[in-house]
Design a protein around this ligand. Structure first.
Ligand SMILES: Nc1ncnc2c1ncn2[C@@H]1O[C@H](COP(=O)(O)OP(=O)(O)OP(=O)(O)O)[C@@H](O)[C@H]1O
Ligand SMILES: [Mg+2]
Length: 349
């Protein structure tokens, strides 16, 4: 079942938190809301679950406008960031709770609890209490409890944030596999771009209550819609400058006078900055064509070497494959930074 959000606005008092949100989540996909703290991710998720009301706009589940339905009538299951397990109930009781509230027959409750715990691999731990589980196991109980009600849509609010790095990588794979097996339309909220990239089919990048860009992880990385998206997804070098020259022989001139050639028809909006990834630049000898700079930093990372290069007033990062010690550049060395021309982007705010 797909989700569609149309022209949604929401305010807390005078604070306009969600601004004209339009989104489509396809049936069966896992979709991320990605953005910095306070940008409105949880607010949007709670709106879909029915815990928040929009001032205007529509929320559709399939073809049905669910704006007027209370949470328990929405076929939407939400896993809260804190898990919100009942500490005085066993694992099995926690999973059964939502089913008992819905007044399902006892035999059906038992079989659904069993099936949900099996799905998350906790069939042996039904009699334990949450305090007797690891963080990752508690997280799985929270997912089992939500899946037991057989929602058509699963909403996960930063479900991995309480886990250590190793567990996080393991549990995110488990979540991904489970989501695929159930073919369950899922929205995954995170402020961690690696998490969103690694498990989500598509991502909506949000900032300050506005959706900046929706696309696959690779689309967002390769062709970010604006400076915010370029900066939020991976490392980006950003240099100010201006377009110079006539039609036909145009270039983008950065501080210090260095120029990057522009294709005749390349659209560069006013106020745009030059953006490129560290791996799309290389270091040549000083005096060759490129952005003149001085090496101020060097990190050896095994297969690659990361350099910090002062170009005008900016420090830019350049990552080059490590070939041998003979090809390394030294601190203080003057160099020219060359760009892969077709990887240079010109983006505005
Ligand atoms: N109940 C509320 N009353 C008033 N303001 C709120 C309320 N809940 C959230 N806000 C504000 O709305 C904005 C968006 O909050 P929200 O919780 O959606 O952010 P978020 O993107 O989920 O952030 P985080 O990554 O920190 O969880 C914030 O400025 C927050 O302070
Ligand atoms: Mg939040």
């Amino acid at each position: 079942m797909g989700i569609e959000i149309r022209d949604v606005n929401l305010s807390y008092g005078s604070h306009h938190v969600l601004k004209n949100i339009n989104l489509r989540v396809h049936p069966g996909e896992i979709f991320a809301f990605l953005g910095p703290s306070g940008c409105g991710k949880t607010t949007l998720l709670r709106l879909i679950a029915g815990f928040n009301q929009a001032a205007s706009g529509q929320v559709l589940l399939g073809d049905e406008d669910i704006a007027a339905l209370p949470p328990w009538k929405r076929d939407v299951g939400m896993v809260f960031q804190s898990y919100a397990l009942w500490p005085h109930m066993t694992v099995a009781k926690n999973v059964a709770f939502g089913l008992e509230e819905r007044r399902l027959p006892r035999a059906q409750v038992a079989s659904r609890v069993k099936a949900a715990l099996e799905l998350v691999g906790l069939q042996e731990l039904g009699a334990r209490y949450p305090s007797q589980l690891s963080g990752g196991q508690q997280q799985r109980v929270a997912v089992a409890r939500t899946i037991a009600i057989e929602p058509k849509v699963l909403l996960l609010d930063e479900p991995l944030s309480n886990l250590d790095t190793k567990m996080r990588v393991q549990v995110r794979r488990e979540l991904r596999d489970l989501q695929r097996r159930l073919c369950l339309t899922t929205i995954f909220v995170t402020h961690d771009q690696e998490e969103a990239n690694s498990i989500c089919d598509r991502i909506a990048v949000m900032n300050d209550g506005v959706i900046q860009h929706v696309g696959t992880p690779i689309e967002l990385y390769e062709a970010p819609a604006n400076l915010f998206v370029a900066n939020f997804l991976g490392t980006a070098n950003i240099l100010e400058g201006r377009v110079v020259g006539e039609a036909g022989v145009r270039a983008f001139e950065v501080a210090g006078g260095a120029r990057v050639a522009l294709a005749a028809n390349a659209p560069v909006s006013s106020g745009a900055k030059l953006v490129f990834r560290p791996q799309h630049a290389a270091l040549g000898p000083s005096g060759s064509s490129g952005l003149a700079g001085t090496i101020v930093h060097r990190e050896f990372l095994g297969s690659i070497v990361r350099y910090g290069v002062n170009v005008g007033r900016s420090e830019i990062l350049v990552e080059m494959p490590f070939i041998s010690s003979a090809t390394l550049k030294d601190l203080g060395e003057n160099v020219a930074v060359t760009l892969v021309p077709e990887r240079a982007l010109f983006l505005a705010a």
